[in-house]
Design a protein around this ligand. Structure first.
Ligand SMILES: [Zn+2]
Length: 85
């Protein structure tokens, strides 16, 4: 079932709602995320996940960097920060 575009990588494949901060940790805000990002992110906070990707999953990391290039939403700003670290 499609719920739009993945907020992390831009994919439209099997998008579903992701809690930006895990629900178990009190997070309430949700964004659309594709199944691959959702599974990869799990319960990790966004910055922890992005740093993990940068080190461990260059395919997904590069997709996310490209998709967020020049964007100004909170997730894109986190991506740009980790990219520049
Ligand atoms: Zn994605």
């Amino acid at each position: 079932m499609g719920r739009g575009v993945c907020k992390y990588c831009g994919s439209t494949w099997k998008t579903e709602k992701d809690h930006v901060i895990a629900r178990s940790k009190g997070g309430r805000k949700t964004v659309s995320a594709c199944a691959a990002c959702n599974q990869s992110k799990g319960d990790k906070p966004p910055m922890v996940w992005l740093r993990w990707l940068k080190k461990n999953d260059s395919y997904r990391w590069n997709r996310i960097v490209q998709y967020n290039y020049g964007r100004k939403n909170p997730i894109a700003k986190k991506v740009q920060k980790v990219r520049d670290e």
